[in-house]
Design a protein around this ligand. Structure first.
Ligand code: SIN
Ligand code: CO
Length: 381
């Protein structure tokens, strides 16, 4: 069997070795993961993004003498950030991959991890000594140093108790096992719940490529209401109790009603197709701040590519795009899966597409979810 090649982002490691030996298991430092790394967005462009209502941003300021942190949420007007000469502050801007093609391309280099796990790319800009304190995340994260230096301290400690006197989630005790200074192009992978602290050494920019580790509560909160909205997952019969006797204990919940409720839940949860649809629709749902601009119809003959904001996933029966699902099979399913995996369809695929698939692609193009290839105006977007 052929030995897998090193992955361009993972030093000497292949994606297979990384996933087997490090993913969800232990931290990994990769020196010069991206040689000659320079910022893909300038500081000014990042501050401009943080002014937007459609972008989630936070400002964290540390009072070094009292070890206290203050946090404010964006958007941040032109004059609302501290002076660049002031030390100990950090601006965190989420979802930057949705606003810039180069950042989207960087994000897409991490597709050795399934798209369903991706959260977003966050940029943190910090002045000297800036940081968010020792903490842990419920994320797998790749921390790519982009400008200046940052000192990362990492600990595999079991005690994850948080301080109760700050607005940030800061660990009460933090004892580092390892310390690394990252230079531009260096990258650190951290699994969820691995304690860490990054401190800027001079002006510094770091990109975090984050992957959600879903908690059972978040999953249940997202999926159960969706199941409740799916008619096919529910029974249609109303609860009936013609045998109900005159109640001697009117406050007591009738056993029969309890049983009925249990049956409704069991039926909804037992419907595999409905549960998969709920999951696919939820996973492909864009974040709150994301919106698409509708577009005039274009000729799709030369192929299509997904918009950088589009989330497209699939399972055995359906494809999911931006929170909606389509059941598909045969050649259309094959083409749509190809679109989901490669984020584009070339003209050969389009020529073989059925009428209904073409109509679907036209709809998605009109909604701004995908763009026609060979359309100069669209490609430059
Ligand atoms: C940062 O880049 O400033 C914070 C990222 C993190 O520690 O998760
Ligand atoms: Co963190």
């Amino acid at each position: 069997m052929k030995k897998p090649l090193p992955h361009p982002l993972l030093g000497t490691l292949s994606a297979e070795t990384f996933m087997r030996s490090y993913w969800q298991k232990k931290p990994l430092l990769i020196r010069q993961a991206v040689p000659k790394m320079t910022p893909l967005l300038t500081r000014q462009a990042l501050f401009a993004l943080a002014q937007s209502q459609d972008v989630e941003s936070r400002l964290v300021i540390q009072d070094a003498s009292s070890q206290q942190w203050r946090m404010r949420s964006g958007p941040f007007g032109k004059r609302s950030l501290p002076s660049l000469k002031q030390s100990h502050w950090t601006l965190l801007v989420q979802g930057v991959d949705l606003h810039d093609d180069q950042l989207a391309a960087l994000r897409d280099q991490f597709r050795f991890v399934p798209d369903a796990r991706l959260d977003d790319v966050m940029i943190s800009y910090a002045t000297d000594q800036g940081g968010v304190g020792p903490h842990f995340d419920s994320y797998d994260v790749f921390l790519l140093q982009v400008q200046g230096q940052r000192r990362w301290r990492v600990s595999q400690q079991k005690d994850l108790t948080l301080r109760d006197d700050t607005p940030l989630k800061i660990l009460r005790k933090f004892k580092a096992d390892e310390t690394w200074v990252l230079n531009p192009g260096d990258m650190l992978y951290l699994p969820p719940q691995c304690a860490h602290e990054g401190v800027a050494m001079g002006e510094c920019m770091t990109y975090s490529i984050g992957f959600k580790a879903y908690g059972p509560q978040a999953l249940a909160q997202a999926l159960l209401p969706r199941l409740a909205d799916m008619q096919e997952a529910l029974s249609t019969a109303l609860y009936r109790d013609p045998q109900q006797l005159a109640a001697n204990h009117p406050a007591q919940i009738p056993a029969q009603l309890k049983q009925f409720a249990q049956q409704v839940l069991t039926k909804a949860l037992g419907n595999q197709l409905a549960s998969s649809n709920a999951l696919g629709e939820w996973l492909s749902e864009p974040k709150e701040q994301v919106w698409f601009e509708s577009q005039p119809q274009h000729d799709l003959r030369h192929g299509v590519r997904l918009d950088r904001k589009t989330k497209m996933l699939y399972d055995a029966k359906c494809v999911y795009v931006n929170g909606e699902s389509w059941r598909c099979a045969g050649a259309d399913a094959k083409a749509l899966r190809h679109l989901a995996n490669t984020k584009s369809l070339q003209s050969a695929h389009i020529q073989q597409a059925s009428e209904s698939l073409l109509a679907l692609l036209q709809d998605w193009q009109g909604a701004g979810w995908l763009h026609a290839l060979n359309d100069g105006e669209m490609l430059s977007k």
